[in-house]
Design a protein. Structure first.
Ligand code: SF4
Length: 575
């Protein structure tokens, strides 16, 4: 069955921020950690947080101590005071957009306006907002409720950030008609609005809809109601295990969306399951997609990309590329990537459950081919000479030791960095250096009179391409990496700063290549290869500006960039 995923499915900015703050605090292991109320309305995520030692606290008592996270919904000023007067350290994860609504209520309430809040009176966000109205706020839930508002008041009107847009419009019209002086703010979050709009348009293009998210999550329920209101069959589920074949017996295409509190890994599991259900219609495009997805799971695109990049790097500085070197890099990258997936399967479970399942099902085959690849690499490097063999062996050992604990946990603080990959940001840098070394430095060994500036330019070209690609994948995998306590580049620096770093590195190394080509340090191939930097700039910006949602498209763009480098080099070599 064909599956179409809504671009807006999954964590909203506020929930993602709250999750990241909480997981970063949990990974610090700095004393007891609580959330003030459940962090989000999702049972599976709460179970996961509990497994990481994060407990839920509903009431504050005088003797309480530790750290307590204020969730994205925010809290009342009275609750904040109570926490401040205990021994808790507050970790504030209130969504900035919710904080803005709290500010509006506070500001207008002091001017004598009575706050009218459209929302669910029992929802924590609304309870928090009411706290800023000094007991004067009025919660309404429909346009009919406007008739119950007292005549003599001046009103300021806001909405719970995740409420239904159309109902709020009706309420605002009713208030304007009855109280022309009322001050109305559009406080429904853009993310909610876009999500609801997308459900309507997606439902029109598919045979049925699946909404993934907690049964107690208000915004997920609203998505479900909107999907049902379109007339298409709609199903609300929490996990992929609830999907039934009978729901999709005549469906060719199913649309999937998810509430703001549904993590990516749960959505991915649902998609994987749906793809195996319903009517099977094999178009050429769907076969191509399936083929590509299969290749991604096997790590073959990475290995072919490494082949391609080595080929381009060699032509860049020596004008020719004996295929033995690209093949050596390809075998190394394939073997290392597959074995590291096994050594690091926890993160895969969350970042890409489909890949994790594939690895569990084809363990023997994958480990066998990875070891054969590395074995083949060892034979080739031996054929090239002893120094090449020793370098290949050293890189292989380093690649394996990278994911294996070498410092015991009991060594306190140092134990946090038990593996090399635990060092903040080390993964991106280590991978880039390894690719650069095997692609550009290993082939120079035994070569008479190498032109070192050219070798260095090629090394930087290959390493920077790999660094930017790997950095983007780390950003896409931030949820799973945080859960397993990895300190990748975006976790160490924060996503925004990591993106800026990748964009500036890309620009810097692109300029360096331009300069190297202009000064004849490298061949003229340097000019067309600048397009690869432009492509990297494009996919990083596409992520930053939200032009492309869904990690798999961005990943495909990043992989294609490596192939592009090889194709340019091949064309340059032939012409
Ligand atoms: S829906 Fe919007 S306002 Fe609410 S937590 Fe998410 S980003 Fe913040």
């Amino acid at each position: 069955m064909k599956v179409r995923l809504a671009k807006t499915a999954g964590f909203c900015m506020g929930v993602r921020r709250a999750m990241e703050i909480t997981l970063s605090e949990a990974n610090k292991g700095d004393g007891k950690l609580f959330t003030y109320g459940p962090l989000i309305h999702n049972r599976q995520v709460l179970d996961l947080l509990r497994s990481k030692g994060v407990d839920v606290k509903e009431d504050i008592e005088a003797h309480d101590k530790g750290r307590i996270v204020v969730r994205a919904h925010g809290i009342t000023p009275t609750e904040r005071k109570a926490i401040q007067s205990s021994d808790f350290k507050i970790i504030d994860a209130t969504c900035p957009r919710v904080a803005k609504v709290q500010g509006i209520i506070k500001q207008y309430n002091t001017k004598g306006y009575t706050p009218v809040i459209f929302g669910d009176a029992h929802h924590p966000e609304v309870i928090g907002l009411m706290g800023y109205s000094q007991g004067q706020g009025i919660v309404i839930s429909s346009a009919e409720d406007v008739t119950t508002l007292p005549e003599e008041k001046r009103f300021v009107v806001v909405s719970q950030t995740t409420q239904d847009v159309d109902t709020y419009r009706e309420i605002c019209s009713a208030i304007k008609a009855r109280f022309p002086e009322a001050v109305i703010f559009d406080t429904i979050c853009d993310e909610t609005y876009t999500r609801q709009k997308e459900v309507r348009s997606l439902a029109a293009q598919v045979d049925s809809m699946v909404i993934v998210g907690g049964y107690k999550s208000g915004n997920t329920m609203r998505l479900y109601q909107i999907a049902r209101s379109t007339g298409k069959p709609a199903f609300h589920i929490e996990t992929e295990g609830e999907l039934k074949d009978s729901w999709f017996s005549s469906a060719g295409t199913v649309g999937v969306t998810a509430g703001a509190s549904t993590p990516n890994w749960m959505i991915k599991k649902v998609i994987e399951r749906l793809r195996t259900m319903g009517k099977r219609k094999q178009s050429f495009a769907s076969l191509l997609t399936k083929g590509y997805q299969f290749l991604v799971k096997t790590n073959i695109p990475d290995a072919v990309g490494a082949f391609s990049l080595t080929y381009a790097g060699l032509i860049l500085y020596r004008g020719s590329a004996p295929l033995i070197y690209p093949i050596l890099t390809m075998l190394y990258v394939y073997g290392m990537h597959v074995l590291n997936r096994f050594l690091d399967k926890e993160a895969s479970r969350y970042n890409d459950p489909g890949v994790a399942l594939f690895y569990a099902q084809h363990k023997v085959f994958l480990i066998g081919t990875a070891l054969s690849g590395l074995g083949g690499g060892i034979i080739i490097s031996l054929y090239l000479g002893l120094p090449q063999f020793l370098l290949f062996l050293a890189l292989t050992i380093l690649g394996l030791v990278y994911s294996v604990p070498i410092i015991p946990w009991r060594l306190g603080y140092l134990g946090r960095y038990a593996k090399i990959k635990d060092l903040p940001g080390s993964k991106t840098m280590a991978e880039a250096l390894a690719w650069g070394t095997i692609s550009s430095l290993l082939p120079v060994i035994g070569w008479p009179n190498p032109v070192w500036p050219g070798v260095l330019a090629s090394f930087l070209f290959v390493s920077s391409m790999c660094y930017v690609r790997c950095g983007l994948l780390d950003i896409l995998n931030i949820q799973g990496d945080l859960i397993v306590g990895r300190e990748t580049l975006p976790i160490a620096l924060g996503e925004e700063r990591a993106l800026k770093l990748l964009l500036s590195s890309n620009a810097f190394f692109g300029l360096l290549l331009l300069l190297s080509a202009a000064l004849k340090i490298v061949s003229n191939l340097g000019y067309p290869l600048l397009i690869c930097f432009l492509n990297s700039f494009f996919y990083l910006t596409a992520y930053q500006k939200d032009w492309v949602r869904g990690g798999s498209h961005l990943q495909a763009l990043a992989e294609a960039n490596l192939l592009l480098a090889g194709l340019f080099a091949l064309a340059w070599n032939i012409l």
